[in-house]
Design a protein around this ligand. Structure first.
Ligand SMILES: C=C(O[C@@H]1C=C(C(=O)O)C=C[C@H]1O)C(=O)O
Length: 216
């Protein structure tokens, strides 16, 4: 008959149980972190939907689209009174071409990238037009500062372009998944509320994300 464990035997048993628990925890963590491959794109985890990381990337996309919409105020102010039109097909083509080149280099779905950036541009122009109308009606609302488009706004648009591209890449197939529209709509509402967006910018954010989800 084995002798009843003394104090040292009991602590060895406790240590063994702790080691087993740690090994189990390690397996769980390794399994969860394996949801991402080393290209940075999220894999759909189960038949039920996208991985949590991919859904987080959809949320990031919403936040970045809201940041990009905010640049329309600076662009509109920079153009106001200069005769420079809201529409600038050459600048738009440059944005779309640059994103297309980067998307191709990263092996991304170029159609998805194109449709998201076309929306960003249309949304930006819609907000610029709405702000110009507002300022025409009430010159008191004119912004005091006129930023320099090339020096001050373009670098922000460039940065946001790269970050949006990463978010699209991270979202991967989640953009065609069944939960995309639900996640997007909820985050749009949250972002609009937390950023205190008025109707013009709220509509702009809607326009910017109009074709982001592409459920079959
Ligand atoms: C930002 C500008 O205004 C418009 C919006 C653009 C955009 O959102 O990227 C690009 C070109 C313009 O049609 C600009 O003229 O630079």
């Amino acid at each position: 008959m084995p002798a009843p464990p003394d104090g040292r035997g009991r602590s060895r048993a406790v240590l063994r149980r702790c080691a087993a628990a740690l090994a189990l925890l390690y397996c769980v963590v390794a399994c969860v972190s394996d949801q991402h491959d080393d290209t940075g794109s999220a894999r759909p985890s189960t038949a039920a939907g996208a991985s949590p990381a991919a859904e987080q990337a959809v949320r990031t996309l919403v936040r970045l689209a809201a940041e990009r919409i905010a640049t329309a105020d600076s662009v509109a102010a920079a153009k106001w009174g200069t005769g420079r039109p809201v529409d600038d097909p050459v600048a738009e083509k440059a944005v779309l071409d640059a994103m297309d080149t980067r998307a191709a280099r990263l092996g991304m779905d170029r159609e998805v990238v194109r449709r998201v950036f076309e929306d960003q541009i249309e949304a930006n122009k819609a907000v610029q037009r709405a702000l110009h109308e507002r300022w025409e009606e009430d010159s008191e609302l004119l912004p005091a500062l006129r930023p320099d488009l090339v020096k001050q706004v373009d670098p922000v648009l460039d940065r946001l372009g790269g970050e949006l591209l990463e978010a699209i890449r991270g979202a991967g197939p989640a953009l065609s998944g069944p939960r995309c529209a639900t996640v997007l709509d909820r985050d749009k509402a949250l972002t609009a509320r937390s950023a205190g967006l008025d109707a013009v910018h709220g509509d702009g954010l809607d326009r910017a994300l109009a074709h982001t989800c592409d459920a079959p």
